[in-house]
Design a protein. Structure first.
Length: 292
């Protein structure tokens, strides 16, 4: 009997231990399932954040390449401008020398005509030489006008490059703000974040033609389009600065709207650049760019 009681007690102890182990195993399985679900959510969030980070890095590298290319173009235009300016100074010196020669020849011709009326043949020869010098002066003046046209065109291109640099700096600042907003929005929510269209190609900007009575490239429709585009560029900047204090829930919609507006503005700027270049070519063909 004692042995049977001991077996019964041991069986009860084993059953109690089995129940405790079974309950502990069930609890551990539930915790394991919860941890697996949490791990899957964290993995999805990590993949979304990594994809956004990669897209932002690609966009930053592309913008840096465009900036380097614009700097190279600016340096090349500056070297060309310096070369043309040196040629212009040389032609001015030659024109001055020819003017001095012409004045001396004219004075000598007057003295010869007053002092020696018998030397008409020499006077005619001097007159012929003077006419030749005048023709040379006219040719040099024409070449000087062409040099002025080229210099004005280069100044226009330099102003275009300066405006493009300002626009690129503004776009880089806007990209930094968008990246910071995306990081804050990713940290605040556990769902996937829709990415903005940052990988769209950005067309090249071209500076608008300066306005005023002394402008040699004056064009009415082109100036009006340029003012409209610049005013549209100023309005999104003001709205972006005023909307920075909004909650993070509206950041995604605001980012999409600003991206669409930026795309439209870039298309308008590209169309304006093409129209300005056509106006410049038309102005050069009609010889309306020559300084008076």
């Amino acid at each position: 009997m004692a042995e049977q009681q001991r077996k019964t007690v041991s069986d009860q102890l084993l059953r109690a231990q089995l129940e405790v182990v079974t309950a502990q195993n069930t609890r551990l399985q539930e915790e394991n399932n919860l941890l697996r679900q949490k791990l899957s959510r964290l993995s999805g969030d990590s993949r979304s954040a990594a994809a956004i980070n990669v897209e932002a890095k690609i966009e930053a590298l592309r913008l840096e390449d465009e900036r380097d290319q614009m700097y190279d173009n600016l340096e090349r235009l500056k070297r060309k401008y310096n070369k043309l300016h040196a040629a212009y100074l040389e032609k001015v010196q030659r024109c001055k020398a020819l003017e001095d020669t012409f004045k001396r020849q004219k004075t000598l011709s007057g003295l010869v005509m007053k002092s020696a009326l018998s030397q008409r043949a020499q006077v005619l020869a001097d007159k012929t030489q003077t006419e030749n010098l005048e023709k040379q002066v006219t040719k040099l003046q024409t070449a000087l006008d062409e040099a002025y046209d080229i210099i004005d065109e280069l100044e226009f291109e330099l102003e275009s490059i300066d405006y493009m640099e300002q626009e690129m700096l503004h776009m880089r600042n806007e990209l930094t703000v968008l990246k910071s907003k995306q990081k804050e929005y990713t940290g605040a929510t556990t769902s996937s974040i829709p990415t903005t269209e940052l990988d769209e190609s950005l067309p090249a900007y071209t500076a608008d033609i300066p306005d005023g009575p002394g402008c040699r490239y004056s064009s009415g429709p082109a100036r009006r389009i340029s003012r409209n585009v610049r005013s549209m560029l100023i309005r999104p900047n003001a709205s972006s600065s005023s909307n920075e204090s909004l909650p993070n829930d509206d950041a995604d919609n605001e980012t999409l709207e600003r991206a669409a507006m930026t795309h439209d503005l870039l298309e308008n700027a590209a169309a304006e650049s093409n129209q300005l270049r056509r106006e410049l070519l038309k102005c050069r063909l009609q010889n309306r760019c020559r300084p008076k």
